[in-house]
Design a protein. Structure first.
Length: 74
């Protein structure tokens, strides 16, 4: 499982003006999710970068599925 965050790690750490939760607390939660549950955080500077990540991730997944199918045919 992947958690995609719109903002760099530094931006999240600084916090957001109208958020009731401090940035450092958010990062603690994010990295606790990684350690406890294997939820991998991906920090993207903007939505365009998020789209790039998602596209490349699923293209890699597709290549992996194709490779597994080839191995299983043998």
């Amino acid at each position: 499982m992947i958690l995609i965050i719109e903002g760099t790690l530094s931006e999240v750490n600084q916090g957001y003006e109208y958020s009731e939760i401090e940035g450092k607390s958010i990062l603690k939660t994010i990295f606790t999710l990684l350690v406890r549950y294997g939820v991998y955080p991906v920090f993207c500077k903007d939505r365009r970068e998020m789209v790039e990540f998602i596209t490349h991730f699923y293209l890699a997944e597709e290549r992996n599925v194709i490779a597994i199918k080839r191995v299983n045919k043998c």
